[in-house]
Design a protein around this ligand. Structure first.
Ligand code: F6P
Length: 571
C-alpha cells in the first residue's frame, strides 16, 4: 500500500523515559532474593503466554517501575507506529527503500495485503503452492534423477540467511523428516565443505538446491559450480550420463533446482527457471527461512508440517501486533535487552536452549540479531546516540554448563541469558542405565535434563551467600571462591514440545525482539552494508593471492606480507 518515506527516528536518549531509566538504574540495587521474598506475586505477574510459549521474565533485574519506564520509552520512540508500518508494507528498510514483509510470508491465504499496488498474499500463496508441489514430487519419488532413481539426499547450497535458517530448522525438526530422505547444507567457500558433504553421496539420488536471494553471492555460486562438477564427474564415472553437453544439461535439469529473487541469473547458471522458486526483495536474507529459501526443509518435513511452521510464525506475529505492551512478550524482551545494553552495561546476550535439536539456534540468532542491529548510524544517516547491538552467543545446555557458565555465574561481566526448554521431548527415552547412582533405573532422563534448566536459572538469580557456604562446612579460606553473588538475569521460555508451530513461534519471537531494539535505537534493522567491504576486498585481493605481483604490491604492508607468507607455505 504505502511507500511513504519513513519519518525521522526519535532520539531515544532525549526522551523523558530515558532520563527516568537513567535515574532508576543509578539507584537500583538488584536484589532478586529480596524482591521475590517480599513480593510473592512477582513470578506470576512477570510471566506471560505468547502463543504456546510460557515466558517467565521475573528473574530479570527490573522492578515494576523500570518496566513501566521501558514501556514509556517504547511509546515515546513510536514503537507501535513503526510496527504497524512494517506490517502494512511501508518502506521501513530506508537505506534500501524496501518494504519489510517477512510477516506476509505467513499471512493466512484469505487475508489479502496490497503493497506497492500488488496483492502479495496471492503472490506468496502461488509460490508456496509451487514449492509444495515440488516437495510432494520429491517425497513421493515422482521426481527422479537421470537414472530414474528417486531423491534420497538433498544438498542445500547457500550462506547466511540462505543457509542458517534452513539448517537450524532442519536440525530442530529432524523427527518430522520423512524416512529415507536427508538434507545436508553446504555454505563455506572452503572447498572442504563441498568435499565432505558430497564424499559419501550417490550422485544418482542427490538433488542440489542452490539457495541465494541475489544469486550473486561468491561463496554460493562457487560452491554450486563445485557441486555441479562433482555431479558431472560422478555421474559419468558410474555410467549414468554421457560425458557430453547433453549429458551435463540433463544432469543439471534433474539434479539442480534454485531459490532466488533473481530468476534471470538462475537461468544464466543453467538451471531451468521452471525449476526455480522465487521470493521478493521485501524478504531480508536473515528473515527468509519461511520463504522458498526453506525449500529443502519443506521437502524434508513435507507441506503439512511446513504450513504448521508458518502458522506458528503467524501466531507470534499476531501476539506482537495486537497484545498490549504490558503482556507483549517480544516487546518486553526487546525492551529488557535495551535496559541491559544501555543502562546496565551488558555487552553480550546468551541464548541457551535446553533442547539438543535447537543446537543451531544460537548460530541462527547471531545473524538475525547482529546483522540486523550491529549498526552505528540511524536510518536517517545520523550517528546512533547510544550503544546498539549486543553480541549474541550460546550453546545448548547442558554442554555450556561444563564450558562457559563459570563466567556467567561468577565472572565480572553481566550476561543476560535466555533459557529455552521444551516439556515433551521428541525421544522420550526412559533411563536405561540404572546405575544406582545419580540416575535411578527408569528415571525420566528428560526430567533430569530439565532439572538443570531450572537449577541454573535459580542459581543465577539467587546465588549462594558466604553464610550459606560456611554452613556447608567449607574452610574459611575457600569461602569467597564458593560464593555466588546471584542477581544474574535470565528469562525462561518453556514450550510444550518442539513442533513445527513452536519453532515458528520461537523464530518470530526473536525477529520481533530484534525489531523492537532496532526501533528504540533508531536504526534500520533490515540492511547489512557492513558486510560489503570485506566481500569487495576479497575479490580485489584474490589476484594477489593467485600470484599477480602488481596486485600484491598494491596491498598494505601487513596484508602483502601475509599473502607472501601464505604463498611460500603453499609451495
Ligand atoms: O552476508 C550478507 C548477506 O547478504 C546476508 O544478509 C545474506 O543472508 C547472505 O549474504 C546470503 O545472500 P544471498 O542469499 O543473496 O546469497
Amino acid at each position: 500500500m504505502t511507500s511513504e518515506p519513513a519519518r525521522q527516528p526519535v532520539d531515544a536518549t532525549t526522551t523523558t523515559a530515558w532520563g527516568s531509566l537513567t535515574e532508576l538504574s543509578k539507584n537500583l540495587q538488584p536484589d532478586l532474593r529480596g524482591w521475590f521474598a517480599t513480593d510473592p506475586a512477582r513470578a506470576g505477574r512477570l510471566s506471560h503466554q505468547a502463543a504456546d510459549l510460557h515466558v517467565d521474565l521475573s528473574k530479570n533485574l527490573v522492578t515494576d517501575e523500570v518496566l513501566a519506564s521501558l514501556r514509556d520509552l517504547a511509546d515515546e520512540v513510536g514503537l507501535a507506529e513503526r510496527r504497524d508500518a512494517m506490517f502494512a508494507g511501508e518502506h521501513i528498510n530506508v537505506t534500501e527503500d524496501r518494504a519489510v514483509l517477512h510477516t506476509a510470508l505467513r499471512r493466512p491465504s484469505d487475508e489479502p495485503l496490497s503493497v506497492d499496488g500488488q496483492d502479495i498474499t496471492a503472490d506468496v500463496q502461488d509460490e508456496l503452492a509451487k514449492m509444495y508441489a515440488f516437495a510432494e514430487k520429491v517425497r513421493s519419488g515422482e521426481w527422479t534423477g537421470v537414472t530414474g532413481e528417486p531423491v534420497r539426499a538433498i544438498v542445500n547450497i547457500g550462506i547466511g540467511g540462505s543457509d542458517l535458517g534452513p539448517v537450524m530448522a532442519y536440525e530442530a525438526l529432524e523427527p518430522f523428516v520423512q524416512d529415507g530422505l536427508e538434507c545436508r547444507f553446504v555454505s563455506n567457500i572452503d572447498p572442504t565443505d563441498v568435499a565432505q558433504k558430497t564424499a559419501d553421496l550417490d550422485p544418482t539420488t542427490t538433488l542440489f538446491i542452490v539457495a541465494s536471494k541475489t544469486f550473486g553471492t561468491l561463496e554460493t555460486l562457487t560452491n554450486a559450480r563445485l557441486a555441479r562438477d562433482w555431479l558431472w564427474r560422478s555421474l559419468v564415472a558410474v555410467g549414468a550420463i554421457e560425458d557430453s553437453e547433453e549429458g551435463r544439461a540433463d544432469a543439471v535439469a534433474k539434479h539442480f533446482v534454485a531459490v532466488s529473487t533473481a530468476l534471470d541469473k538462475v537461468e544464466a547458471f543453467g538451471i531451468d527457471p521452471e525449476n526455480a522458486f522465487g521470493f521478493w526483495d521485501w524478504v531480508g536474507g536473515r528473515y527468509s527461512v519461511d520463504s522458498a529459501i526453506g525449500t529443502s526443509l519443506a521437502v524434508a518435513i513435507g507441506p503439512d508440517a511446513f504450513a504448521e511452521l508458518l502458522a506458528g510464525f503467524h501466531a507470534m506475529d499476531e501476539h506482537f501486533r495486537t497484545e498490549p505492551f504490558e503482556r507483549n512478550v517480544p516487546v518486553l524482551m526487546g525492551l529488557l535487552n535495551v535496559w541491559y545494553v544501555n543502562f546496565r552495561d551488558a555487552h553480550t546476550h546468551a541464548v541457551l536452549p535446553y533442547a539438543q535439536q535447537l543446537h543451531r539456534f544460537p548460530a541462527y540468532l547471531q545473524q538475525l540479531t547482529m546483522e540486523s542491529n550491529g549498526k552505528s548510524v540511524r536510518w536517517d544517516g545520523t550517528p546512533v546516540t547510544s550503544d546498539t547491538g549486543e553480541v549474541f552467543w550460546g550453546e545448548p545446555g547442558t554442554n555450556g554448563q561444563h564450558a562457559f557458565y563459570q563466567l556467567i555465574h561468577q565472572g565480572t561481566r553481566l550476561v543476560p541469558a535466555d533459557f529455552i526448554a521444551v516439556a515433551n521431548p521428541a525421544y522420550p527415552l526412559a533411563d536405561a542405565v540404572g546405575d544406582g547412582g545419580a540416575v535411578a533405573a527408569g528415571a525420566d532422563v528428560h526430567g533430569l535434563f530439565l532439572a538443570n534448566f531450572f537449577a541454573q536459572t535459580k542459581a543465577l538469580a539467587f546465588g549462594k551467600t558466604a553464610d550459606e557456604v560456611r554452613a556447608e562446612g567449607v574452610a574459611e579460606d575457600l569461602v569467597s571462591a564458593k560464593v555466588f553473588s546471584g542477581n544474574r538475569p535470565t528469562t525462561s521460555i518453556l514450550a510444550p514440545a518442539l513442533t513445527p508451530s513452536v519453532l515458528g513461534q520461537l523464530i518470530a519471537l526473536y525477529e520481533h525482539i530484534t525489531f523492537v531494539q532496532g526501533v528504540v535505537w533508531g536504526i534500520d534493522s533490515f540492511d547489512q552494508w557492513g558486510v560489503e567491504l570485506g566481500k569487495k576486498l576479497a575479490l580485489e585481493i584474490a589476484p594477489a593471492v593467485a600470484g599477480d605481483e602488481a596486485a600484491l604490491a598494491a596491498q598494505d604492508p601487513s596484508t602483502a606480507a601475509l599473502i607472501a607468507k601464505y604463498r611460500s607455505l603453499r609451495g
